[in-house]
Design a protein around this ligand. Sequence first.
Ligand code: 6GU
Length: 265
Amino acid sequence: MRLDVITIFPEYLEPLRHALLGKAIEKGILTVGVHNLRDWATDVHKSVDDTPYGGGPGMVMKPTVWGPALDDVAAGATGTELESAAPHVDKPRHDDLTGRNFAGYAGETGDKPLLIVPTPAGRPFTQEMARRWSNEEHIVFACGRYEGIDQRVVDDAANRYRVEEVSIGDYVLIGGEVAVLVMAEAITRLIPGVLGNASSHEEDSFSDGLLEGPSYTKPRVWRGLEVPEVLLSGNHKLVDEWRREQSLARTKERRPDLLEDCPNG
Ligand code: 6GU
C-alpha cells in the first residue's frame, strides 16, 4: 500500500515512520509520502488560506493551492518514491485471498486512488471502513486546518479520486493530522505482515460487533488479586464461553448502542 499525506505540518506525521508502521515500511509492505501543502503555494507569503465568502470567523483553505497539490499527488508526480505509487490493477488484494471479499468493496474501481478528507463534518470512521480500506493500493489523506477546505476542492477531486469525508469521533480537533495518524494505524495494522501474528486482529473489539473482555498474564496472584479460575482450567470450551460472557457484559455496560441490532447479542 502507498499512503500520501498532504499537510501544512509535515512534522506532525513523523510518527507514521516509527514503531509498527516503520517496520512495515522497512519490510516494503508500506510506502509513505508526506507532502507540505505550502510547496504548491504560489505567492511570496506561501499563503494557503483566505477569508470565507459570506463572512464569519476563521479562514478557509484555498482551492488554487489544494487543486494542483491533489493533481500532482494523484499522478505520483511529487518526486518521492514513484515506483510503488503505480497502480497494480491485477494484483489480488488480501481479502480476496482469504475469501472475505464481498461486492461493493473499495478498490473495485481500481485505477482511481482513494482520497480521505478528515473533517468533523464527515461520516464516522469505523472498523468496517478500516477493513475495506486495508485492501487499497493507494490512499491519499488531505489534512485541512482552520475552518476547512473550499468545498470545490473535494467536489473537483472526484474526477481523479474516490473521495470520502470522514470524522474520527464527536469532538473537534484543530486539524486533520491526528485523525490521519488514527486512521492510518487502524487501516495498515490489518494488512498481512504488518502485525506479527496474522490472526491477532480477528478477535479485536468491534470485529464481531462486541467489545473485548479482560486479559490476564502471570503471576497467578498479584497484590492479592487472582486470575479468574476458569482461565487456568485448560478447558477451551469453558474459556471461550466465559470470554463471550465477559464481552457481552462489558458491551452492555459500556456500549449498549452496539447491542441494539447485534446478531450475536
Ligand atoms: Cl477527522 N478532523 C478534525 N479536524 N476534527 C475532528 C475529526 C477530524 N474527527 C473528529 N473531530
